[in-house]
Design a protein around this ligand. Structure first.
Ligand SMILES: Cc1cc2nc3c(=O)[nH]c(=O)nc-3n(C[C@H](O)[C@H](O)[C@H](O)COP(=O)(O)OP(=O)(O)OC[C@H]3O[C@@H](n4cnc5c(N)ncnc54)[C@H](O)[C@@H]3O)c2cc1C
Length: 295
């Protein structure tokens, strides 16, 4: 176990975590900023066009600025490369356990781990033990002649519009709840939409797919050469945080020594500026909370 002198543990180095670190330094709190990536920035690295943050045309240019800001916090904030697998809060301290077995201890903790593209095994209507690539990470040449797309989330339309040359037939299995999302691709001749109640995927190219159809027509079995996911993002919660029924971790529900910030807290309001603001506010809230307790 490593016991640190840092007052604040910040888990996740996206905009929320980076702004928490700079605010903590500005009010005299020492912190550890923990993230599996070698460089801060989080989801910013995936934003090719950023239209709502004046002065920044894309995510990576803002990620570089945040990286320099964090590097400049020398002495106040140390960057720890690692994945937190458990957080614990006690009456007088907090603990973050890393995947390599290291335990970091501090007074207070901010969790700002954002969201990640859902994996098939995280989705209740899909039975599969395998990990599949996301549709958005694939070029048309990566896909087989018969491609199954798991989920009807919006990036499907963007992917098709950006790749008019793609001539594969994509079978898109989605839930009835996603009907409104797939409307924009309904008339694309490359798309075959299949509303399902549930499905299972076994095998390894060709994959065997068993579908339970949503229209009550029963079960069918099909084959696919490749399978990709398009299931939207899910919160990157960590064991030990309080999780709501939607999988998000509301700030107000956590232990008094713990605060969540940024995309991890709720599905609504997921924006770079919102995450940055919530991250910057989090050390102030924790400081005020414990100053009041001391009085
Ligand atoms: C494709 C795409 C385009 C977008 N475009 C825009 C846009 O144009 N404008 C806009 O305002 N917003 C946009 N967003 C949303 C924006 O990216 C997010 O709102 C913002 O990045 C959230 O910041 P965050 O700090 O909460 O989380 P993130 O940026 O997701 O950062 C979370 C960090 O936590 C780390 N982490 C996760 N789990 C752990 C763990 N267990 N231990 C340690 N670290 C962990 C991750 O590695 C990551 O670095 C877009 C998002 C996507 C996916």
């Amino acid at each position: 176990m490593i016991t640190t002198d840092a007052q604040l543990l910040i888990v996740g180095a996206g905009p929320a975590g980076c702004h928490a670190a700079t605010m903590a330094a500005s009010i005299g709190m020492t912190s550890l900023l923990i993230d599996p990536a070698s460089t801060p920035g989080g989801t910013l690295w995936r934003i090719g066009h950023l239209g709502n943050l004046p002065g920044f045309a894309d995510g990576p240019s803002y990620a570089r600025v945040l990286g320099s800001a964090v590097a400049g916090l020398d002495g106040s904030c140390s960057y720890v490369q690692g994945t937190v697998v458990q957080v614990e809060a006690a009456e007088d301290h907090v603990r973050a356990l890393l995947a390599d077995g290291t335990a970091l201890v501090g007074d207070l903790l901010i969790a700002a781990t954002g969201t990640h593209p859902a994996k098939a095994r995280e989705i209740p209507w899909i039975a599969s033990e395998q990990d599949f690539p996301t549709l958005t990470s694939m070029a048309p040449s990566d896909l087989g002649a018969r491609t199954l797309v798991l989920g009807g989330d919006r990036p499907l339309g963007t992917w098709l519009r950006a790749r008019p040359e793609a001539d594969q037939k994509l079978t898109v299995c989605h839930t009835v709840g996603e009907e409104y999302k797939v409307d924009e691709v309904r008339h694309d001749p490359r798309i075959r939409l299949v509303p399902v109640e549930r499905l299972s995927v076994v095998g390894d190219g060709p994959f065997k797919i068993r579908l339970v159809l949503a229209d009550g027509a029963g079960e069918v079995t099909e084959e696919a050469d490749s399978v990709v996911t398009n299931l939207g993002n899910v919160p990157s919660s960590i064991p030990g945080l309080v999780v709501g029924s939607d999988g998000f971790c509301p700030a107000a529900a956590q232990h008094p020594r713990v605060l969540t910030a940024g995309d991890l807290t709720a599905r609504v309001g997921q924006r770079v500026a919102t995450a940055a603001g919530a991250g910057a506010g989090a050390p102030l809230i924790l400081q005020a909370r414990f100053r009041q307790q001391a009085v």
